[in-house]
Design a protein. Structure first.
Lengths: 55, 730
């Protein structure tokens, strides 16, 4: 049962990592536009720009 | 006169020399639009960000400060085929978004804790019947406590706060039994863990919070979405006014940037966006949105004008006054305040349920403790059993029963064009058994229609429409719209107060007053047919025609009235308009009960009278004069074209030209109420089964967890049935 000493903290760390990832995604506004995100995934890539944007 | 557009009110600095503006965009609905807009706007030099939000139908734009005029973005979007309006987030919406995010954070924390505590609980449950060492069990319990206690302290905040508010106000709500249950379950589990006991309820307590947070989040999200749509609609109305910034220079500015004392220009065909007094000019104005009266009123120096009035013929200069100065508004505001105060505080179904529920549950737990002590059990065992009763009866399914149905029903209503202003509107709408309609703008459409278009030869009508494009008069605009005219007649001249004339191929065309076109002879006939309509004459050489223009009924008004009658709902019309106009509408719709020339105070009196008789009144109205009665009625609805005050007062707002959303909303809400009741019964039924088990003292954490998730899932699945709302009328 000594394996618990490794497994339990490992499990908690994985769970905690999931939580941190969720909170980060929430903070960075990834749930603000769920409809748009669904479409963006299948939208064509932008064609490469012919010339670098002139300023 | 030089006109500029001024959007500086909406632009805000986004740090580091970057400026930001949000635009609400009409007609964005797919990935194609999204890509087109983003590419189109990014192509403008110096734009640093152009991002479409497809959910909210908005575009966020950022650019290097001082390089671009925001008006350019709107022009660019216009070229791309989209109408865009600068957007200002209301404070109410900001608050809803913040609350929604907070609940989602709580939900994330609670879900994380539930999953990890469950992971620790399952070995304990299976270990209790096999060979788990007591030390291992204690270790797992302590670990569970370590996760569950901070998580519950954080994720339970929405419930604890609300329960505390209710208790400080000496009332109770659903959150009081929830908070007591969670706190007692956690407290008892800690004590049990210290005493090396077999059972701890960390898992049940934290799972309860997770399920309840799901319900809470759904509820909140529904409100947030409604706010976003309502905010967009407000922006799309683009309320601007032409403000004088110099003696001869005007600037088109948003209403929010106009202050009392400013002078604005009101041109023919424009809707007034401010309250004020005419200081120069003479014109006819249409005040139907304020009083319900469709006859035009003459405005001259000193006449008060209200936001929502349509200017018909001449140009006016208006000095803006503070809202309270206008006498008519003051009267309506006073009535509205009284009605709002008298509005019987409707108790939501959930609160009514919990008012009955909480005392019963707490009494049961208390009696259980006393019963076990009298039966000879130790105080410790008796209290453990009592707390188990509280945990098992914690209104988990009860907390989900109503929000889940509400979310799904409001989604169904949203699809049929109805927005909810208040959460309990669904429950109140389902009870309505009498509908009072206002006429002007509610049964009829706010815009004018040509009633006899079919009687006029198509090419003549088209020509009249093209000529009408050269006039600012709203009646002319209606003719142009009806003829779907696009290209104006070249060389058309408008004679103020008379009409428009032009010469095409040597033939003179005239559109305007019958006297201006030499068509007086035809007027008598037309007036006899339809005394309420405005008459416009069109002359092509010696051929004369008469167009009769008026506000038409909503296209499906008859079908809707019939559908309401079929549902055994009483209908009547209360209108501020004159008798002939109301009588005609009532006749066309076969509504026997109608009153004309009703003042706002009379409307309230009629609603009170119906209330006395026990009727639950749904008031549907749009005018400023309807606002007090909208507040006085049991539940109220407004079209989106309604005056601001009315829209803010109404419980529901419906979109578009048809009246069908009224029936759709009633149907959806009735179905939803039925499901809410059913869900409450399901939840109570579950408790009736589970409580005897809990009282007998054989509940283990495993049973508690299984019963809780089982009942919650059952209630959620039942709620999904609210999706299939019948959409058609009849």
């Amino acid at each position: 049962m000594e394996i618990l000493v490794i497994l339990v903290p490992l499990a908690l760390m994985l769970g905690g990592a999931g939580l941190v990832a969720f909170l980060w995604s929430l903070r960075s506004g990834q749930y603000d536009d769920l409809d748009g995100a669904a479409w963006r995934a299948i939208a064509d890539d932008e064609p490469p720009q012919e010339a670098p944007a002139k300023r | 006169m030089h006109v500029t557009r001024d959007f500086s009110h909406y632009v805000r600095a986004a740090g580091e020399g970057v400026q930001h503006i949000d635009l609400a965009v009409e007609g964005v609905h797919c990935a194609g639009c999204m890509a087109k807009i983003e590419r189109g706007l990014s192509a403008i030099p110096d734009v640093t960000l152009a991002r479409v939000n497809l959910t909210d139908r908005r575009v966020a734009l950022e650019w290097k400060a001082g390089t671009l005029d925001p008006g350019r973005f709107i022009d660019r979007l216009e070229e791309l085929g989209y109408k865009a309006y600068p957007f200002e987030t209301e404070s109410a919406e900001v608050a809803e978004v913040a609350e929604s995010r907070f609940l989602l954070r709580c939900l994330g924390v609670a879900a994380f804790a539930t999953m990890n505590v469950m992971m620790l609980s399952i070995p304990v449950w299976s270990g209790n019947v096999s060979d788990m060492l007591p030390e291992q069990r204690d270790f797992f319990h302590w670990l569970s406590a370590l996760i569950a206690l901070p998580a519950a302290a954080y994720a339970g905040q929405p419930f604890f706060r609300s329960a505390w508010r209710a208790l400080s106000a000496k009332t109770t709500n659903m959150d009081v039994p929830i908070s007591i249950g969670v706190i007692l379950a956690l407290g008892m589990s800690v004590v049990e863990t210290i005493h090396h006991a077999e059972h701890a309820y960390f898992d049940a307590a934290i799972m309860l919070l997770t399920f309840l947070l799901v319900g809470r989040f759904l509820d909140q999200n529904m409100r947030r979405r409604t706010r976003a749509v309502a905010g967009n609609l407000a922006a799309l109305k683009a309320e601007t006014a032409a403000k004088f910034v110099g003696p001869d220079e005007i600037s088109q500015v948003p209403v929010a940037a106009i202050h009392p004392g400013d002078i604005v220009l009101l041109r023919p065909g424009e809707r007034c966006a401010v309250d004020g007094t005419v200081i120069e000019g003479r014109s006819e104005i249409d005040q139907s949105l304020i009083t319900g009266e469709t006859l035009y009123v003459t405005a001259e120096q000193g006449t008060p004008v209200y936001a929502g009035s349509m200017n018909i013929s001449g140009t006016l200069r208006v000095r803006v006054s503070a809202a309270s100065e206008a006498t008519l508004l003051a009267e309506i505001t006073r009535l509205l305040d009284n009605a709002l105060q008298a509005r019987s505080r409707y108790m939501r179904l959930a609160d009514r349920a919990s008012r009955l529920y909480a005392p019963v549950v707490h009494a049961t737990a208390f009696i259980t403790i006393l019963g076990w002590v009298m039966a000879g059990a130790s105080w410790h065992d008796a209290i453990v059993t009592g707390v188990a009763v509280l945990i098992i009866t914690c209104p988990c399914a009860l907390g989900l029963a109503i929000p889940t149905v509400q979310t799904i029903a409001s989604g169904a209503m949203f699809k049929s064009g109805v927005l909810l202003n208040s959460g309990d509107a669904i429950e109140r709408l389902a009870e309505a058994d009498r509908v009072i309609f206002d006429k002007t703008g509610t049964l009829t459409l706010p815009d004018l229609e040509v009633m006899n278009a079919a009687d006029i030869p198509a090419e003549i009508f088209e020509l009249a429409g093209r000529l009408a494009l050269s006039s600012h008069h709203p009646v002319a605009a209606a003719v142009a719209q009806a003829a779907s005219a696009r290209s104006p007649v070249v060389g058309a001249v408008e004679e103020s107060g008379q009409g428009v004339r032009a010469v095409v191929d040597g033939i003179e065309l005239r559109l305007g007053r019958p006297s201006f076109c030499g068509a007086e002879a035809l007027v008598a006939d037309a007036t006899r047919l339809d005394p309420e309509a405005s008459i416009v004459a069109f002359g092509k050489g010696s051929e004369k025609f008469i167009l009769s223009v008026r506000q038409g009924l909503r296209p499906d008004a008859q079908a809707v009235i019939a559908a309401l009658k079929a549902r055994n709902i009483g209908i009547e019309i209360l209108s501020g308009d004159r008798e002939p106009a109301v009588k005609a509408a009532a006749h066309a719709l076969a509504i026997p009960e109608w009153r004309a020339g009703v003042t706002p105070a009379d409307k309230i009196a009629r609603i009170e009278e119906l209330k006395q008789r026990g009727a639950k009144v749904l008031m549907v109205g749009d005018g400023m004069n309807d606002a007090p009665s909208l507040a006085a009625a049991h539940v109220s609805m407004s079209p989106i074209s309604a005056a601001h005050l009315s829209q803010a007062t109404a419980d529901l707002v419906f979109l578009g030209r048809p009246l069908a959303p009224v029936v759709a909303a009633i149907d959806a809400s009735r179905k939803a109420l039925h499901l809410m009741r059913q869900n409450l019964w399901l939840a109570i039924g579950y408790n009736v089964l589970a409580v005897p088990v809990a009282i007998s003292g054989v509940v283990t954490p495993l049973i508690a967890a299984a019963a809780m998730s089982g009942s919650s899932i059952l209630v959620m699945l039942n709620s999904l049935r609210a999706r299939s709302t019948s959409r058609e009328i009849a």
